[in-house]
Design a protein around this ligand. Structure first.
Ligand SMILES: [Zn+2]
Ligand SMILES: [Zn+2]
Length: 365
């Protein structure tokens, strides 16, 4: 059973940009919405556009200290550099960053109040942002602010954050490293690859021990291997954890045509990834499932992947709809043998270590 899905969209999303030659281009969000409008998936019956407000500053301060936020605002107004060199500020960026966070809070709020069942914030998923540092095109961590809102305003105790961006969700991991928020990240991993963190042995500390699961993958991982890892580790971890809501960082820079990452996924892999996770949300938490964006630097592949995912949330699939099938990639990739061997090693290690830990924690919780 699928209820209405909200596509969150605010014109201020377009202000979250770093110039015409920067890889991050917010127009992909508008393109995904336009594709869904022409499919009829936003006509109000099973999917609709919801216009979120900017974030309430007190909510933002639940993750990012007031002085840091003021510093970011000053740097943006002065068009200064916000990190080591990847994330240049400009006067509109601060407004855009606030709108991205506001949309993630609006998404979980609407889900909790039953206004809609699922939500997608294409401007969210800014998972490299740390409490007091900007990193990798991410100014504020909208996922973490949404989690704090759910904990404080709705008293939730079991929130799952699944991160399937091509990069490790390092900001999100560090914010919840000592808490029982379940964080699962699948990402390319290897020498020199940004942000460098995300190893299997980083499992959380103190109260958070066992609640952080990393699946570091080699370059060239294809749909089948990626989904094998997801089914073997992420799915049983989510089932054991029995979340009250699932937040899914759905950056799609692991797409084979992405210029920055080098993984080998196609739109079919991404469609299956969202189909599986959407199903787990219905199985474990009455369908409470919020998807946020993230990376995606091939604009065309990103907007198609997101449109197909959202069409699925609103109850449509490529099997019964030729217009959705037409949005899919025609090619399918196959990883070389060495890649399959490495993914297999990662799966076996986490089957032995991560899954029993989560199962044990939940039994004694
Ligand atoms: Zn549903
Ligand atoms: Zn990324």
């Amino acid at each position: 059973m699928t209820g209405a899905a909200a596509f969150l969209y605010n014109d201020d999303f377009m202000l979250y940009q770093f110039g015409p030659r920067h890889p991050f281009q917010p127009v992909r969000e508008k393109m995904a919405m336009d594709a869904l409008l022409s499919l009829g998936s936003l006509d109000g019956s099973s999917g609709k556009v919801v216009v979120p407000a900017s974030v309430d500053m007190e909510q933002l301060y639940s993750v990012h200290p007031r002085e840091f936020v003021a510093d970011v605002e000053r740097t943006c107004l002065a068009s200064g550099m916000l990190d080591q060199g990847d994330t240049p500020g400009n006067p509109g960026l601060f407004t855009g960053a606030l709108s991205a966070v506001g949309a993630s809070v609006r998404g979980v709020q609407g889900i909790m109040t039953g206004e809609f069942e699922h939500a997608f914030n294409p401007a969210g998923g800014l998972h490299h942002a740390h409490p007091t540092s900007v990193s990798g095109f991410c100014v504020f961590n909208d996922i973490a602010v949404a989690v704090r809102y759910l904990q404080r305003e709705h008293g939730l105790e079991r929130i799952a954050v699944v991160d399937t961006d091509g990069h490790h969700g390092d900001g999100t991991e560090s914010i919840f490293y000592r808490e029982s928020v379940l964080t699962i990240s699948l990402h390319r991993f290897g020498r020199g690859f940004f942000p460098g963190s995300g190893s299997m042995e980083d499992r959380g500390e103190d109260e958070g021990r066992g609640y952080n699961i990393n699946l570091p993958l080699p370059a060239g991982t294809d749909d089948n291997l990626y989904l094998q890892a997801y089914r073997a580790i992420a799915v049983p971890a989510l089932r054991a954890y029995q979340p009250e809501i699932i937040i899914h960082q759905f950056g799609v820079d692991g797409h084979y045509r992405d210029p920055l990452v080098g993984l080998g996924l196609t739109t079919r892999g991404y469609a299956e990834l969202s189909r599986i996770t959407h199903g787990i949300a219905h199985e474990t938490c009455d369908g409470r499932y919020m998807v946020v964006g993230g990376g995606g630097y091939n604009i065309d592949a990103t907007s198609r992947s997101w449109a197909i995912m959202f069409a699925g949330l609103s109850g449509r699939s490529a099997e019964d709809d030729g217009r959705i099938a037409a949005l899919h990639d025609q090619e399918q990739l196959m990883s070389p043998e060495a890649v399959a061997t490495e993914v297999d090693r990662v799966i076996r290690r986490q089957e032995e270590a991560a899954i029993p830990m989560v199962e044990k924690l939940i039994r004694f919780a």
